[in-house]
Write a protein that binds this ligand. Structure first.
Ligand code: IPE
Ligand code: MG
Length: 232
């Protein structure tokens, strides 16, 4: 969800207003995904590198996450959204951690879209943690290291149990991965749009899906594999 700051700057507004507008774009996107039968939406809300921003912006974002979660939880519940937060959650403010635990638990049995919010998430950190957990199991004699395969490794990631994303949408014209889902995006199609995140809407989302539908996915083989359905 990139470009909140630039969206605000272009309007002569403080960056924080961009973050607020970004929440509305996220709500719209989640609703569209859910309506269109997309199985999962994973949004990058806060990276392990975002702590390097000025303290007032970090504090604003943490408070925004708390407020939005409080305000939207009932709607998420009634719309059958299953929400999860992926990342190192232990270092988040205590109040936010409580809200996250509550929202996760209350929506765990929901049968609708899987909505994953990457919060204090870093792809490299996720891989390191998975390696640590596997090494600990091996040291305890519970796991034969030679048996570690892609499935066993993926089961230690924050995304355990989720399908790999089919489509990565990169807003604000940036052409990089920025430490997002490094393992999971191995075969994702990438759509780059110049639109700043707060302006991402039904029209720009449709453009992304049409672009995705035009892709020929071969997963390293020679035969195309049909992709007109987005599983996740
Ligand atoms: C993304 O927008 C939102 C978060 C990282 C929370 P930015 O804040 O990165 O916006 P730009 O890149 O400064 O425009
Ligand atoms: Mg940015």
């Amino acid at each position: 969800m990139d470009g909140n700051g630039r969206w605000a700057k272009a309007r002569g507004l403080p960056r924080m207003m961009g973050h607020r507008a970004g929440v509305e774009a996220l709500k719209t996107t989640l609703r569209l995904c859910s309506d269109w039968g997309i199985g999962a939406l994973t949004a990058y809300a806060f990276s392990t590198e975002n702590w390097s921003r000025p303290g007032d912006e970090v504090n604003f974002l943490m408070t925004l996450f708390e407020r939005v979660l409080q305000r939207e939880l009932e709607a998420l519940e009634s719309e059958q959204v299953r929400i999860r937060f992926l990342g190192d959650l232990e270092v988040l403010p205590a109040g936010l951690q409580e809200l996250i635990a509550d929202a996760t638990e209350r929506t765990a049995g929901n049968t609708g879209i899987h909505f994953n919010v990457c919060t204090n998430y870093g792809g490299r950190r996720e891989l390191v943690l998975a390696a640590q957990k596997l090494a600990q199991r091996a040291v305890r004699g519970e796991l034969d290291p030679t048996l570690i395969d892609e499935n066993i490794f993926a089961a230690e990631l924050f995304t355990a149990g989720e399908e790999d994303p089919d489509l990565l949408i990169r807003t604000s014209g940036e052409r990089r991965i920025s430490n997002f889902l490094l393992w999971q995006l191995a075969y994702a199609e990438i759509h780059v749009t110049d639109v700043f995140w707060p302006d991402f809407d039904e029209v720009t989302f449709t453009q992304a899906l049409v672009d995705y539908q035009s892709r020929c996915r071969r997963f390293g083989g020679l035969e195309p594999i049909a992709v007109n359905h987005l599983g996740s």
